[in-house]
Design a protein around this ligand. Structure first.
Ligand code: CA
Length: 230
């Protein structure tokens, strides 16, 4: 297969051969190049070598687990989109809570078709053409071109998903966005894990912005940003 004509290389870190084979099959059919690593210790060197456009990262890997790999990747300043794959529901909060910069996750067993959808969504979001003006609400400044956020002039590092969520809210200060609208706009689908996904990501953005967070919760409705309101 020619990688030149593909939509880019997806690195799959998965030690279960049957799952890795299925992921390879569907991603290849969707036009991606695929490289599989089965040992956790080989994943970071492979990312360094192959520069994938996205990474599918099993949490439970031999050698080095997925959470640790992602932490090291982000610490090195690499924000390649990551989709975590986990066999356990109780790992999801760890994935989302550790500020690992996970852009998305799937719980096993999942449909490989769904994985392809998620990867496409992540790549679409991270390659949005940006020629937008600086957005400012209160002390929070968002630069869509550079995908940078500052609070009181100090840079704040957000994941791709967190950035898109904040950008959407800040694009129309005062306007209330429902969870469904945010799911459709940021995640590209309206029925994706329900509102909890939105809530968790909003909580992460708030935690990173601190007291200057302009995000307001409208209970039972959704979210909005407003200057001078937490
Ligand atoms: Ca595993």
């Amino acid at each position: 297969m020619s990688l030149v004509e593909s939509k880019g290389l997806v690195l799959v870190a998965e030690d279960e051969r049957a799952i890795a084979d299925l992921e390879r099959l569907y991603l290849t059919e969707a036009g991606f190049g695929v490289h599989v690593e089965r040992d956790g210790t080989a994943v970071l060197p492979a990312i360094e070598r192959l520069r994938p456009v996205a990474i599918v990262l099993d949490v439970g890997l031999p050698g080095r687990d997925g959470l640790d790999i992602c932490r090291a990747l982000r610490a090195a300043g690499d924000w390649t989109p990551v989709v975590f794959v986990t066999a356990r529901d109780d790992e999801i909060d760890r994935i989302l809570g550790l500020e690992l910069g996970a852009d998305d996750y799937l719980t096993k067993p999942f449909s490989p078709r769904e994985l392809v959808t998620r990867i496409r969504g992540l790549l679409r979001r991270s390659s949005l053409p940006a020629q937008s003006p600086l957005l400012t609400v209160g002390k929070v400044e968002l630069d869509p071109d550079r995908r940078a956020v500052r609070v009181d002039g100090a840079p704040v590092v957000l994941t791709a998903t967190e950035f898109d969520l904040l950008a959407k809210l800040m694009s129309a200060p005062g306007r209330v966005f429902t969870r469904e609208q945010l799911l459709a706009s940021v995640w590209g689908q309206a029925d994706y894990g329900g509102g909890r996904t939105v809530d968790v990501h909003v909580a992460q953005v708030r935690a990173k912005l601190g007291p200057a967070s302009p995000i307001r919760t409208l209970r039972g409705v959704g979210y909005a940003v407003e200057a001078g309101d937490g």
